[in-house]
Design a protein around this ligand. Structure first.
Ligand SMILES: Nc1ncnc2c1ncn2[C@@H]1O[C@H](COP(=O)(O)OP(=O)(O)O)[C@@H](O)[C@H]1O
Ligand SMILES: [Mg+2]
Length: 241
């Protein structure tokens, strides 16, 4: 049977997704959620609500026990290892534990992520300089990741997530260790990326970054979607799609 799939407007689709950690911690219960291409979505909720788990399912670090997880129309449960790797190149992730290589410099940490995506040397250099400048980290270019403060490590993880101009960004508590001014710098970078059509999911319990947003805010509570602020849901303009 041949099936021709139209390329759709939807970047992320979860249908009745459930995740229980052993022995029986229900982190997510029957979550259904659709995120359009070019949308920014805030996932909020208290600690333990399931935010990180949802992002981990999307990056295929964890597998759901039930339900369907799709990215750009592809069922993650059915992708081969090679296809998962291909898809991962289109996704920029900044997780809570940063996952930087501690003995490598800031520049190397970002460059490595770009080299595996076959970026040109000149672009790698330009991108690293620009991102570090915008994140007020230019003076840390040659500093080992292990010697950075947590807030600095967090910003390097964000720079690395953005470096390849991904189609989808998954950011887990991206401003958790940052002061107000640096938080603004990070949010400006995300906004610029959004202008380029990137889909961005931000898990946060920091109301400061979504209080005045025009974007959709979705609250998780005990693994359920508690409220979806659809009033604020900004539809992407036709020309952005
Ligand atoms: N690896 C794990 N093993 C067991 N329980 C986990 C694991 N990861 C998360 N949990 C539990 O799942 C629930 C949701 O956690 P998490 O997704 O990290 O929430 P949030 O990011 O909103 O704080 C919590 O009760 C947490 O303790
Ligand atoms: Mg979390």
């Amino acid at each position: 049977m041949t099936e021709i799939k139209q390329s759709s407007n939807v970047m992320v689709e979860l249908i009745k997704v459930g995740k229980t950690y052993p022995p029986n911690v229900e982190a997510l219960a029957e979550i259904s959620l659709s995120v359009s291409k070019g949308e920014m979505l805030f996932l909020t909720g208290r600690s333990g609500a399931g935010k990180t788990t949802l992002l981990r399912l999307l990056s295929r670090i964890e597998h759901p026990d039930k339900g369907l997880v799709e990215i750009d129309g592809k069922d993650l449960g059915k992708l081969s290892r090679a296809n998962i790797q291909q898809l991962r190149r289109r996704i920029g992730v900044a997780f809570q534990d940063f996952k930087l290589l501690p003995q490598r410099t800031v520049a190397r940490n970002i460059a490595l992520a770009m080299e595996v995506a076959y970026q040109k040397k000149s672009f790698i250099r330009k991108q690293i300089h620009e991102l570090l400048q915008r994140l007020a980290l230019s003076d840390k270019l040659h500093t080992k990741a292990a010697d950075l403060s947590r807030g600095e490590q967090q910003r390097v993880a964000i720079a690395r997530a953005l470096a390849n101009n991904p189609d989808l960004i998954l950011a887990d508590e991206p401003t958790g260790n940052l002061d107000g001014e640096t938080t603004e710098r990070v949010m400006e970078l995300f906004d610029d990326q959004l202008q380029r059509g990137t889909t961005i999911l931000i898990a946060t319990h920091d109301p400061a970054i979504y209080a005045d947003t025009d974007h959709r805010v979705l609250e998780l509570k005990d693994g359920h979607i508690q409220s979806s602020d659809t009033e604020n849901h900004r539809q992407p303009a036709e020309e952005e799609l």
